[in-house]
Design a protein around this ligand. Structure first.
Ligand code: PMP
Length: 295
């Protein structure tokens, strides 16, 4: 992270050292809030409108009123990128429930807080982008939608963090999270796809996968390539016997997975279709998006 970033906080761009929120903010006290992670490629924000729609939908699902219009939020986002003169990077957009009393009641938090960080992110070592990731099956499951919809990209990521700890302790970078029925949902912060006999399969949203923006982009690219892609329930068997496997996410982009539960996936190397998708995704990301109004 570069020092001296300018952070957009509740309507103002302030130096990082002054970007502070209260210890009484329910985002901190209870993980009560929503967020987005968005990438900037070549001076443009990738799929900004889609990310903001997801943010507003998630806020609505938890009865959180974002104190900015969609257009104001759009402007705040690109202004923050421009102020930090970032041409390639990563934006973290956070809406917290705001300051309230020491009790759960969100209606005692009069105003949500909004902040936007524009910086950079490196999720996995470069070597893994070339040779592929190793995955395990995490014991920690995706939350049941009867408890909290896995569609809500909320500030409560503890189950993902517990799963990430399992991966790191097993010497892996990522892991597969199953849903309460034992079907594959997704990874700790990415969506998962497999390739089998020229067909691509990814778990449906209803299996507990986040409706990933990168996932959507990859499904579109597969359509353009006339490669069949199905959203279908998957088990560990399907990954053990897959020809190829890859993950998608804003921070991760598109990356191959070559080992699962210490077994090689396919021939243990990034697959041909995966490599083609990585290339096509880079081209797409670098040629589309909302332009940033640099000074
Ligand atoms: N699943 C989870 C749990 C995530 O947090 C994310 C985003 N980091 C994704 C999938 C990928 O979604 P997107 O492509 O929109 O970043």
């Amino acid at each position: 992270m570069s020092p001296n970033l300018l952070i957009w906080l509740d309507g103002k761009l302030v130096p990082e050292s002054e970007a502070k929120i209260s210890v009484f903010d329910h985002g901190l006290l209870y993980g009560d809030g929503v967020f987005e992670g968005i990438r900037i490629y070549n001076g443009r924000v990738f799929r900004l409108t889609e990310h903001l729609h997801r943010l507003y939908d998630c806020a609505r699902a938890i009865c959180l009123t974002i104190p900015l219009s969609f257009e104001e939020m759009e402007r705040a986002t690109v202004e923050t990128v421009a102020a930090n003169k970032l041409r390639d990077g990563y934006i973290r957009l956070v809406v917290t429930r705001g300051v309230g009393s020491l009790g759960l009641n969100p209606y005692q938090c009069p105003k949500a807080s909004v902040f936007v960080i524009a910086s950079t992110i490196t999720l996995y070592p470069q070597e893994r982008y070339e040779n592929g990731l190793h995955l395990i099956t995490c014991g920690t499951r995706r939350p049941n939608s009867a408890a909290l919809s896995p569609q809500v990209k909320s500030l409560n990521y503890l189950s993902n963090i517990m799963a990430k700890i399992e991966c790191i302790q097993a010497g892996c970078e990522e892991g597969i999270m199953l849903n309460d029925q034992g079907y594959v949902a997704e990874c700790t912060g990415d969506n998962v796809f497999i390739v089998k006999n020229g067909r691509v399969i990814t778990p449906p949203i209803s299996a507990g996968a986040l409706d990933g923006i990168t996932r959507r982009a990859v499904i579109e690219l597969l359509g353009e390539m006339s490669v069949p892609c199905a959203e279908q329930n998957m088990t560990r068997f399907d990954i053990y016997t897959a020809d190829e496997c890859f993950l998608t996410g804003t921070a991760a982009e598109v990356i191959a997975a070559v080992q699962y539960d210490r077994r090689p996936i396919g021939d243990g190397k990034p697959g041909k279709l995966t490599q083609e998708l990585i290339k096509r995704f880079k081209t797409l990301a670098n040629s589309t998006g909302t332009p940033v109004p640099y000074a």
